[in-house]
Structure formats: structure tokens, C-alpha cells
Design a protein around this ligand. Structure first.
Ligand code: ADP
Ligand code: ASP
Ligand code: MG
Length: 274
């Protein structure tokens, strides 16, 4: 028996057809006594669309009400995916971040996970369900919904896997794994077989958007092996772990990341005086 947490990002769940593809794949791969928890993002560009919608109403698209709005995206996906499992004849239950026991700081729009109490998830698994959890959200001590920063479903998945002592956390996305650089930017990019938490953290912090940095930190802290792989193929992706298992996979330079949201400001002609 294995306990597996699988996370599917926005482009992987963008349409009902894609949701059914995931459901069919999960059911095909699941061994009878495996316990499967699925963490999902909002469908396609839903989160961007919700941000744009808020901007039509307010000049301050942030804070508590923004999180009320943004957290709805993931809730659509969990409901549809649980329905799709039921439609295929398998028991499934959707849970919000709150119901999955994820507590967060009250820093709206950039919450940090304070703790995970996965009791309800275990109960639902014991009742024979595949459990579908909304990523990107936690609850404050006052019961307010907080989102975990863009890309935060990765962090939900790894935190849940850590708290549940899962055998592996699989991050399914629209590329085949972690590459030496963004494969959509550079054709020459090659897939890395393995990468350490430390290297992945550096790449993620510098802009490699394939994983949220906090998810990598969480994996390191709880020693959860993370398998980044494609939703659209069965190929093995990249394993993020403590250290290399194959010496030959070590590189002097592991990856190159870029961040197009950073501006450099240079002040010239400033007197060299404190
Ligand atoms: P998801 O919706 O599944 O969370 P993201 O868009 O957040 O997907 O992350 C996947 C994207 O990350 C890829 O489509 C790719 O363009 C980008 N990316 C940036 N750097 C890398 C890298 N080093 N390796 C793989 N993908 C990368
Ligand atoms: N839906 C959120 C976002 O677009 C969280 C995620 O996809 O991980 O950032
Ligand atoms: Mg992402």
C-alpha cells in the first residue's frame, strides 16, 4: 500500500475533458489498497481572470476580500473532479483547505502555512474515498480564508504530503519535469533526472516558476521526495530530494533561471561618501 499525494496545476485541469483524463489515469494507475490524495489548482487562467475581475471593481485588489474571491477558483475544480470520479464509479470527496486542516497566518494574499491537521483527510481515505483537496488556501484562527501566494497549490500538496507522511508527492504539470532552464524559453534546455532541495530552492527563488519556493522548503523540512512530472505523458520526470543517488547527475551548474518581473535601477555619479 502506498499513500500518494498528487498535485495537478491549472493547465492540467483547464477543461472537463482534461479533468476526466486525470481521473481515468489516476484510476488506471491506482493499486487497490493505495490511498490517493489529489490537490488541484483553479482551472486554466481562472485565478488571473478573478484578479482582472476584481480590478474592474476596486483600485486595491488585495487584502481579505481578494482572498475570499481568489479561493473560489480551486473550489470549482475540487467539486468537478470529485463528481468526475463518482461518474466513473469511484468514491471521492472534495475538501477545502480549511476542511483539510490547513491553517495559515493572517497575511492575506501571501499566507504561510502554520500547521496541517489532516484528520478529516485520513477519515475520508479510510471510508474508501479518493480525496480531492483545494490547493492555494488555508484558514486563519478567526476562520478567514487566506491564499498562499501565486503557485501556492504546490505548497499545499507538499505540506499535506509531509503532514500525512506520504510516500511521495507528485507534482503534475505541463512540462516533463524540471529542466536546466525554462524549456518554453530555451529549446536547448534538458530535463534533470534529479535535483536537490537546495538547488531547486535556488532556482525557484530566482524565477523557475515550475515550483513555488515555499513548497521546496516544505519538502526539505519534512523530507518529502517530490516528483515533478507531466500530466500528459507517463514518462518519469525529475525527483527533488536531499542528495543525488547517481553521481553522474551532479552538474557544476544545475540550472539557469530568469525573472522578468525584476527591474534593475542603477544610480550613477553618486559621490563615494557614506
Ligand atoms: P502549473 O499550472 O502546473 O502549476 P506552472 O505554469 O506554475 O504550472 O509551472 C510550469 C511552467 O514552469 C512550465 O510551463 C515552464 O514554462 C515553467 N518553467 C520555468 N522554469 C522552468 C524549469 N527550469 N523547468 C521546467 N519548467 C520551468
Ligand atoms: N491558482 C493559483 C495560481 O494561479 C495557485 C496555483 O495554481 O498553484 O497562482
Ligand atoms: Mg505552478
Amino acid at each position: 500500500m502506498a499513500l500518494i499525494v498528487k498535485k495537478f496545476g491549472g493547465s492540467s485541469v483547464a477543461t472537463p475533458e482534461k479533468i476526466f483524463n486525470i481521473v481515468d489515469r489516476v484510476l488506471r494507475e491506482k493499486k487497490e489498497d493505495d490511498k490517493v490524495v489529489i490537490v488541484v489548482s483553479a482551472m486554466g487562467d481562472t485565478t488571473d481572470d478573478l484578479v482582472a475581475l476584481a480590478k474592474e471593481v476596486t483600485s486595491k485588489p488585495y487584502g481579505r476580500e481578494m482572498d475570499r474571491l481568489l479561493s473560489t477558483g480551486e473550489q470549482v475544480t475540487i467539486a468537478l473532479m470529485a463528481m468526475a470520479f463518482n461518474e466513473r464509479g469511484h468514491k471521492a470527496m472534495s475538501l477545502t483547505g480549511d476542511q483539510a486542516g490547513i491553517t495559515s497566518t493572517d497575511t492575506f494574499n501571501k499566507g504561510r502555512i502554520l500547521g496541517v491537521d489532516p484528520n478529516r483527510v485520513f477519515e475520508a481515505l479510510d471510508e474508501g474515498n479518493i480525496v480531492v483537496v483545494a490547493g492555494f488556501q488555508g484558514i486563519t484562527e478567526y476562520g478567514d480564508m487566506v491564499t498562499l501566494g501565486r503557485g501556492g497549490s504546490d505548497t499545499t500538496a507538499v505540506a499535506l504530503a509531509g503532514a500525512m507522511k506520504a510516500d511521495v508527492c507528485e507534482i503534475f504539470t505541463d512540462v516533463e519535469g524540471v529542466y536546466s532552464t525554462d524549456p518554453r524559453v530555451a529549446k536547448e534546455a534538458f530535463k534533470l533526472e534529479e535535483v536537490t532541495y537546495g538547488e531547486m530552492l535556488e532556482m525557484a527563488r530566482l524565477g523557475a516558476g515550475v515550483m513555488q519556493p515555499r513548497a521546496v522548503e516544505m519538502g526539505f523540512r519534512y523530507g518529502v521526495p517530490i516528483h515533478v512530472r507531466s500530466t500528459f505523458s507517463d514518462n518519469t520526470g525529475t525527483i527533488i530530494r536531499e542528495d543525488y543517488t547517481v553521481e553522474a547527475n551532479k552538474h557544476v551548474i544545475t540550472g539557469v533561471a530568469d525573472d522578468t518581473n525584476t527591474a534593475k535601477v542603477a544610480l550613477v555619479g553618486v559621490e563615494n561618501k557614506p
